[in-house]
Design a binder for this molecule. Structure first.
Ligand SMILES: [Cu+2]
Length: 84
């Protein structure tokens, strides 16, 4: 299990959050708990497999937003969550 935090430029409102979440679900098959926060400018999700950073960057760029960075870390369901 992995947790990914993508930093995204250009989200202005909750519609943008919905848009980005939709894009992530399409770009990363099996992405779970997808959520985006336009105030923080981040989107997070969990996945069983290491997500393809290239696919994510391209999918987000194609929608008109800019993905500044993608940070993926191993994720343990219990215990370690607070460390990330
Ligand atoms: Cu918006």
């Amino acid at each position: 299990m992995y947790k990914t935090i993508a930093t995204i430029d250009g989200m202005m409102c909750t519609m943008c959050e919905a848009h980005i979440s939709e894009v992530i679900r399409k770009a990363v098959p099996g992405a779970k708990k997808v959520s985006a926060d336009h105030k923080k400018g981040t989107a997070t999700f969990l996945s069983e497999e290491m997500p393809s950073e290239d696919a994510l960057l391209k999918a987000i760029a194609d929608t008109g937003y800019t993905c500044v960075s993608v940070d993926t870390k191993p994720y343990e369901k219990k215990g370690l969550f607070g460390l990330f």
